[in-house]
Design a protein around this ligand. Sequence first.
Ligand code: SF4
Ligand code: SF4
Length: 207
Amino acid sequence: MENIIKEVIGILEGTEIASELEAISCFFASVQPDFDHFMQKFGISCPSGCGNCCEHFIPDLTRSEALIIASFIIQSEKKDELMDMLQRDSGGCCPMYNKNDESHHCSIYAVRPLLCRMFLSACSSDKNGINRFSYCSNYGTSLGIAQSELKAFHPMAYYGERLRELPGNSSDTLLLPDAVRRSLERIALGMMYAGLYSDDGGESNPA
Ligand code: SF4
Ligand code: SF4
């Protein structure tokens, strides 16, 4: 688990927010090896400098995905910069995309949503339940993965279902900017009750 998330869990220990953060952190830690294995098995890696998918995509988030991103932003040394990114009108581009960021061009890479983790790292299943691999435009169909080789892997829907079952989650989602703003407000309130923020001269409210 990211230290930065541990800090928020420690501050809000015993609250619903802390439980939800624990659950989503454990979930990401448990599924990431599957995605790494998928990429290793088929020799896939995103070319350095590419971030095309993020330039035309704004992810929908479950409540706990938004919560972990908001926690990361609140505790980040780059909090002001990340808050500005969240507020900007980015057109169809993900607001957290940063062409100059060396960490895969994602300003929140350590806590990125499930879908972003699975893109190019997991297969999908068609209406007959057969696993298929969707290539991104940069790869075209040049990878040549045999459909039979995909049988050993869980499809994206499997991980999505597990995500929705986490505490606080449901099938409801919101686009990243709205979802994270709501979570920032929620955490700010939680921290205010924990005595860390006050509206009478204490530290400024992170929301
Ligand atoms: S998934 Fe495709 S478009 Fe996105 S960064 Fe990787 S190679 Fe580029
Ligand atoms: S959260 Fe990060 S990885 Fe996902 S679309 Fe935005 S910039 Fe890309």
